[in-house]
Design a protein around this ligand. Structure first.
Ligand code: AP5
Ligand code: ZN
Length: 214
């Protein structure tokens, strides 16, 4: 399967991805995770992206298209993939279509995590992540066994620099202005499935499974 997960910050893309990935043996390509790794490693790419990400704005199309183009060549992605956080502009979607056309494939489904903006601040400000694996927790909705510690590795958790109420405002603005048109773009192709993302995580998983088995 070739899937796109699209939705505002905090809508649950990163929470559902590992579950879908394991169930269907897909590779998980999250541009946000890849960019954060580049920032942490201070690569030329990371140095370019850092400031833009901390402001909650989108980095340039060329930069993320380059990352995805490279990542999709991995052998583990040949059977199928989950794109999490990409494409987020119509230009990125057009570039992706071109790339897939060259391989004679196309997107099977776009899972749209639909949710009201008002719920997202609590989700974003309560999030803790395990940076190297991308595992996500929430102080209230999905707490780790020990506060501030990853369940699997015992390593410390951290908060993302852009997970403040203030930066969330810019991220939401970017979503409505630049990413919502991508949903229309794929709706016209008839591949969008709208999910009730305000439900608890397990119920969202059931909805995802319904869509993917139909
Ligand atoms: P990115 O990392 O993609 O961030 P985002 O889109 O803002 O999405 P989030 O990761 O915040 O949300 P999520 O939907 O994954 O939520 P999660 O499941 O973790 O991008 C970051 C930045 O990178 C961008 O601002 C931009 O600068 C740059 N960038 C990335 N891709 C780009 C692109 N293609 N083009 C240009 N720039 C790009 O859940 C959130 C919290 O809620 C967690 O704590 C979780 O435990 C909890 N939670 C999840 N589901 C539920 C539920 N159902 N009920 C209750 N709590 C829940
Ligand atoms: Zn995410």
């Amino acid at each position: 399967k070739r899937l796109i997960l699209i939705g505002p910050p905090g809508s649950g893309k990163g929470t559902q991805s590992p579950i879908i990935k394991d169930e269907y043996c897909l590779c998980h390509l999250a541009t946000g995770d890849m960019l954060r790794a580049a920032v942490a490693a201070k690569t030329p790419l990371g140095i370019k992206a850092k400031e833009t990400m901390e402001k909650g704005e989108l980095v340039s199309d060329d930069l993320v298209v380059g990352i995805i183009d490279e990542a999709m060549k991995k052998p583990s992605c040949q059977k199928g993939f989950i794109l999490d956080g990409f494409p987020r502009t119509v230009a990125q979607a057009e570039k992706l279509d071109e790339m897939l056309q060259k391989q004679g494939t196309k997107i099977d489904k776009v899972l749209y995590f639909a949710i009201d903006d008002s719920i997202l601040e609590e989700r974003i400000t309560g999030r803790w992540i395990h940076a190297s694996s991308g595992r996500t927790y929430h102080t209230k909705f999905a707490p780790p066994k020990v506060h501030g510690i990853d369940d699997v590795t015992g390593e410390p958790l951290m908060q993302r620099k852009d997970d403040t109420a203030e930066v969330l405002k810019s991220r939401l603005q970017a979503f409505h202005k630049q990413t919502e048109p991508v949903i229309d773009y794929y709706s016209k192709k008839g591949v969008v499935a709208k999910l009730p993302a305000e439900k608890p995580p397990k119920e969202v998983t059931v909805e995802v499974q319904k869509v993917l088995s139909s």
